[in-house]
Design a protein around this ligand. Structure first.
Ligand SMILES: *Cc1c(COP(=O)(O)O)cnc(C)c1O
Length: 383
């Protein structure tokens, strides 16, 4: 059984690391760079809305940082994911394979595309989509017809797969990509939490046909609200920009639109904030990895397991996570830490158990359920 002393020591350790006796949040943004300067410049220019130099510069710098050809910034991560699905050709009633252990946005985005999620189990060590479970599902349900994958059980087309990199840790994305390519299933990577995370030296979000990253206020860097689509496909990038700006055909004064688009473009003022934050990313990552190393040392030989870098990955350690032996110990820890002003939070409730998605097809979800009962996030802000 978890000793109260261990919980007390953990609280003391976290308080010492964050050097405060006040409330410690899970993740808060910091603005110590050019944020105010760029935002003031943006306001002075009057170009605060959907076009402007900060949008252009932010997109170029993001593409460079991530190592992709194109980056298209959007209003948030959720609509980036939605657009990503439409861009690869997901249509109404198609199925999208995803993981049940994720933030609700992943599954909501699938629904916005009028597609149906199918839940595949995760791996215990990565907390991300399991290639083994994916292969098993496709062995049993997948059937190729005219070069496209169909689900024998539902009769529907399986058009895409949306794996997610949990807390900035990589799932086995190369194995997933190989399986999906055998079935002609496109990958739209939910790398919302993974800016600055790498798998085999390649930035997460750049493995699929298209990837999405979030800049929400609680992520590793923020634009207030925002997201980005990343891709190496220039045509797809062009279409992304088109669809995200109401599908407006460029013209100096006429309103011409050639399909149904969205108002998903990131405003210039958010991009100004983003550009200033992006400049500090190397420092943010360095500090986050330092904190993670300290946590790792602290939790060595303790009753909980700290989620460290796995083989082949370099994590941004967006949210540090620990694994408890069981549900009761997890709950005791959550209660004691939150009651003493140190914010901790359990991993998400499985989306597949929520009323809106409980009727969707799913594989055996033992690993996801096992993690749901045991994983807790601990304070992770950049200091
Ligand atoms: C944050 C997040 C999103 C959505 O991003 P928003 O910018 O908040 O819309 C999507 N998926 C995951 C896994 C996330 O953590």
């Amino acid at each position: 059984m978890l000793k109260e002393g261990f919980i007390r020591n953990t609280i003391d350790f976290i308080r010492k690391e964050f050097n405060t006796s006040e409330f410690i949040p899970l993740h808060e943004p910091i603005f110590n760079g050019n944020e105010k300067k760029y935002i003031t410049e943006c306001i002075d220019s009057t170009f605060v809305s959907s076009v402007g130099k900060f949008v252009d510069e932010f997109e170029i710098k993001l593409a460079e940082f991530i190592g992709v050809k194109k980056a298209i910034v959007c209003v948030n991560g959720t609509n980036s994911l939605h657009l990503g699905l439409e861009l690869v050709g997901v249509k109404a009633n198609d199925e999208v394979l995803t993981q049940p252990l994720t933030f609700i946005a992943t599954t909501n985005a699938i629904t916005y595309a009028n597609a149906i999620p199918v839940f595949i189990d995760v791996d215990k060590d990565t907390m991300g989509l399991s290639p083994k479970s994916l292969q098993l599902f496709l062995d049993e349900n997948g059937e190729m017809r005219n070069g496209e994958c169909y689900n024998k059980t539902s009769g529907k087309r399986i058009k895409a797969c949306m794996p997610m990199h949990t807390f900035g840790h990589a799932c086995r994305i190369d194995e997933i990509a190989e399986i999906c390519s055998n079935y002609n299933i496109d990958i739209v990577e939910d790398a919302a939490e993974a800016l600055g995370s790498y798998y085999k030296g390649k930035h997460l979000g750049s493995f699929g046909k298209i990837g999405a990253i979030s800049f929400n206020g609680n992520k590793i860097m923020t634009t207030g609200g925002g997201g980005v689509l990343v891709t190496d496909d220039e045509e797809l990038a062009k279409r992304a920009k088109h669809l995200s700006t109401q599908a407006k055909v460029p013209h100096a004064w006429e309103y011409r639109h050639d399909e149904i688009g969205y108002n998903y473009r990131m405003p210039n003022i958010n991009a100004a904030l983003g550009l200033a934050q992006l400049e500090q990313m190397p420092k943010f990552i360095e500090r986050k990895r330092e904190l993670a190393n300290k946590y790792c040392e602290f939790f060595e030989n303790s009753p909980v397991k700290f989620f460290n870098d796995a083989d082949n990955e370099t994590s941004n350690y967006w949210l540090n996570a620990v694994l408890f032996d069981n549900f009761e110990e997890r709950n005791l820890f959550l209660e004691k830490t939150n009651n003493s002003g140190v914010m901790t939070r359990p991993i998400w409730q499985l989306v597949s158990t929520m009323p809106m998605f409980s009727n969707c097809q799913k594989t055996d979800l033992s690993n996801a359920t096992w993690l749901e009962e045991r994983v807790v996030n601990i304070p992770s802000s950049v200091k």
